[in-house]
Design a binder for this molecule. Structure first.
Ligand code: GAL
Length: 466
């Protein structure tokens, strides 16, 4: 069987999406670009964090990553052949404003100018994320997202990028997964900057949300259209029916799912959490709830939550503190990815239902801004990368998505994570999420079977769409 003729038993019956459905792939700057000291880029929190012993499981960093900064033309060509309508990538704030405030670096803007032009030339709509976790280090030194000022610096940066690119960018994302930043970066210490503040990290949630609202306004003033945010949300399943487990699951769900989307979509914090937030919260909520054009959902898998117990748990490579007010027992009975995440496509449909139930008419149209899986498959002796499990993962999730849309979910697009194998944060390079395999020595790009499967799926939609 040659490349491009991927047979898949999972491909029947035909998956059908609306003719104007957007098909995309996602990446982020620090995970693929490399070139961290080139063309005037400033230092980010991730450069610093990776330099600290023991932070990254394989001792690696994004210093070279997938070398996309030098190979972006090749990567855009791969996307053109893939046939995606949209490409979601992030802009490295330290390339644009190297110290986080003050002087703008023209070479940084020029890189994204070239990338956006290359994409438009290939007929691909650029979807720009402004912040995918790589904060300029000088802002972190001044308190990072614990400092209210960072929200205003973020809005300044949004205005600079908006003014430069709004005429050629079709969709915007302010923040990627503010929940993960609050919890992993400032509460638990698993991500840069590695702070372990526990509940003391809550102001990080508020300042990101404020920064988001200010950035929406700044982008709109710069002429940007189609502005959204990418939130990581998943169903929370209580470990049992006991009052203790249900209570812990409810608390977790508030902290992880609703703490971000309630202020955005309803203009208020859930369950009295407003009292834990700094600043003139009521006034801030008016800014935070500035209407969005669309809502981005990053979905990976549901979470099982029970009452706390003394057991040591790991989330990915990270050992969770034992004094958390909940426990995260494993979900059993499902296949697992090589990252040990359970594969539960119906969880996507369930999350879409939960969002509709909670927000009703206040929920804007949705794009699935990330969904994907880590499997380590590499080239065989003939150079082919046979990643059938990824095909099954994508097929299963797209079927669940189609079902959810039939039941009323207003979903306009799907972006798989990721175009390329890349630097998977604290897990380094062992976890491979790409449709395209990267040989980190030669930097050779090899499209995997899943790439051809996705290409065929996108092509098939053009023939008499649903
Ligand atoms: C998301 C994140 C991505 C990527 C992905 C897979 O949380 O936005 O950058 O790492 O998870 O773990």
């Amino acid at each position: 069987m040659g490349q491009g003729q991927i047979e898949s038993s999972t491909n029947t019956p035909q998956l059908r999406f609306p003719a104007d459905f957007r098909w995309g792939v996602s990446t982020s700057a620090y995970q693929i670009e490399g070139a961290v000291t080139e063309d005037g880029r400033g230092t980010s929190t991730w450069d610093t964090f990776c330099g600290e012993p023991g932070r990254i499981i394989d001792g690696s960093s994004g210093a070279r990553a997938a070398d996309h900064y030098h190979r972006y033309r090749e990567d855009v060509a791969l996307m053109r052949d893939l046939g995606v309508t949209d490409y979601r990538f992030s802009i490295a704030w330290p390339r644009i404003v190297p110290t986080g405030s003050g002087a703008v670096n023209p070479a940084g803007l020029e890189f994204y100018d070239r990338l956006v032009d290359e994409l438009n030339g290939a007929g691909i709509n650029p979807v720009v994320t402004l912040f995918h976790w790589d904060l300029p280090q000088p802002l972190e030194d001044a308190g990072g997202w614990l400092n209210r000022d960072t929200a205003y610096r973020f809005a300044d940066y949004a205005a600079i990028v908006g003014e430069r690119l709004a005429d050629r960018v079709g969709m915007w994302i302010t923040l990627n997964e503010p929940m993960v930043l609050t919890n992993f970066a400032y509460a638990l210490g698993a991500h840069a900057p590695g702070r372990t503040l526990g509940v003391g990290a809550l102001p990080v949630a508020h300042h990101q949300l404020l920064g988001h609202g200010l950035a929406v306004q700044a982008l709109r003033s710069a002429g940007a259209r189609q502005i959204g945010i990418a939130n990581n949300q998943a169903p929370v399943w209580p470990a049992s029916d006991s009052a203790e487990d249900r209570g812990a699951a409810g608390f977790y769900e508030t902290l992880v799912n609703w703490l971000y989307s309630d202020p955005l979509l309803l203009g208020r914090y859930p369950d009295g959490l407003e009292a834990a937030m700094p600043g003139p919260v009521e006034d801030d909520l008016k800014i935070i709830s500035t209407p969005l054009d669309w809502y981005g959902l990053n979905y990976y898998n549901p979470v099982r939550v029970g009452a706390p117990n003394a057991q040591v748990r790991h989330v990915d490579s990270f050992e969770m503190p034992s004094d958390l007010p909940f426990d995260l027992p494993e979900i059993e009975g499902y296949p697992r990815t090589d990252f040990d995440w359970p594969v539960i496509p119906d969880g996507l449909a369930e999350m879409l239902r939960l969002l509709r139930e909670r927000y009703g008419d206040a929920l804007p149209p949705i794009h699935i801004t990330e969904n994907g899986c880590s499997y380590a498959d590499g080239p065989d002796a003939t150079g082919r990368v046979s990643d059938q499990r990824r095909i099954e993962f994508l097929d299963g999730h797209l079927r669940a998505l189609r079902q959810a849309m039939d039941e009323g979910a207003d979903v306009r697009g799907y972006f798989t994570w990721s175009l390329l194998d890349n630097f998977e944060w604290a897990a380094g390079y062992a976890q491979r999420f790409g449709l395209v395999h990267i040989d980190y020595d030669s930097m050779a790009r090899t499209p995997k079977d899943s790439y051809f499967w996705y290409r065929d799926l996108i092509r098939s939609q053009a023939v008499g769409g649903a």
